[in-house]
Design a protein around this ligand. Structure first.
Ligand SMILES: [Zn+2]
Length: 366
């Protein structure tokens, strides 16, 4: 029998430093500007950064929460680009959740004029003249995986209706991701839950994905198992350090898998809930996971076998176990298959940019 040829593609140049206390080991010896989520950093973290940067600190801008919009990104560029222009090669350091990190991914491409920002991001196309600054990303939530992917979500709220933009230059990866689980300790539990649900969504979406490969499968499977075991522990034990560390690890693993496969159908369906029901991203993805799990099982026996390894207890179908697990966390799963409108919506999203990556989509992957 001829040996089967395995075609395995992998590209992720982000250098990862991982572990409790990594923040305090940052080599801050070069000109830097900081983008930080005001709610995510303790006063001692802020003092440490300001003191350590000293004269190297060329600028500092706060992200005050809410969606990462084109307008917020433009304001950050306006605040930080003059300092970045004075010293070419200035490093952009971002500390915060996924929105903060995504905004920094826009700021690090300094254009000739702030007036060019919106058009550049809407077209997802860099102009001829720009400077790409080094980027260091430090997540303060365990969930988005944004620190190891090359794309950023920006919401264009000037458009009617608002549009989700994916800013994704080919060299959009950060130079360095510094993942310090201690930075997630102060994250409120409801937000921690939603972020961990986002990790689970990234993990599962990499499994039921047309672009999956044996490496992303191993990462996605491990990340999903960690979230399923550790998130209930975190919510029960409140101050527990160990589940925080485990969930930070799961977030990076799922992020690495997603950096190769992108997301799929559950994410495609989530954006509407975030925009119109103000539902946090991870929660908005999670409500669709049991339905998409069943669709994936129907579409591919290989994927069904893989999903069968997510839950250790195999006495009940995985999708049903996931449904119950979510209910236990206060999340109510939804199903579009029961109404005509729902089925039409499902078929529409299966052809969308992210939906096309789903293993059960009839359209070629995006
Ligand atoms: Zn996500």
């Amino acid at each position: 029998m001829a040996a089967q040829t395995l075609h395995l593609g992998w590209y992720n140049p982000v250098r990862i430093r991982w572990g409790s206390g990594v923040l305090r080991t940052l080599p801050l010896q070069q000109a830097s500007v900081v983008v930080a989520d005001r709610a995510a950093l303790s006063q001692s973290d802020v003092s440490f950064l300001r003191d350590t940067l000293g004269a190297h600190g060329a600028g500092w801008a706060w992200y005050e929460g809410g969606l990462a919009t084109v307008e917020k990104a433009r304001q950050l560029c306006q605040a930080l680009w003059p300092a970045m222009q004075r010293q070419p090669g200035t490093t952009v350091i971002a500390l915060g959740g996924g929105s903060t990190l995504d905004l920094a991914k826009a700021v690090r491409y300094r254009l000739a004029d702030v007036a060019l920002c919106a058009r550049t991001w809407r077209n997802n196309q860099l102009p001829e003249v720009y400077e790409r600054h080094p980027l260091w990303l430090l997540p303060t939530t365990a969930g988005t995986g944004s620190e190891v992917t090359r794309w950023a979500t920006l919401w264009d709220t000037d458009a009617q209706p608002a549009v989700k933009l994916s800013w994704s230059p080919l060299d959009g990866f950060a130079e360095c991701a510094m993942v310090d689980p201690d930075l997630t300790l102060s994250c409120p539990l409801p937000q921690s839950r939603d972020c961990a649900l986002d990790t689970l969504a990234h993990a599962l979406e990499s499994l039921w994905n047309k672009k999956s490969n044996p490496m992303t499968e191993a990462l996605g499977l491990e990340a999903a198992r960690i979230v399923i075991a550790q998130l209930p522990l975190l919510l029960q034990m409140q101050d527990a350090h160990a589940p925080r560390i485990a969930l930070a690890r799961a977030s990076v693993l799922a992020g690495l898998a997603m950096s190769q496969t992108q997301t799929a159908l559950a994410h495609a369906l989530s954006y509407d809930l975030t925009l119109h029901e103000n539902m946090p991203h991870g929660h908005a993805c999670a409500v669709w996971l049991p339905m998409v799990w069943e669709l994936a099982q129907e579409a591919s026996s290989a994927c069904a076998a893989l999903l069968g390894r997510v839950f250790q207890d195999t006495s009940a179908p995985g999708a049903r176990q996931l449904h119950q697990w979510l209910i236990g966390l206060g999340v109510s799963p939804r199903d579009l298959r029961t109404t005509l409108d729902g089925r039409e919506r499902l078929s529409l999203e299966l052809g969308s940019a992210r939906g096309r990556n789903f293993i059960g989509s009839p359209t070629t992957a995006g």
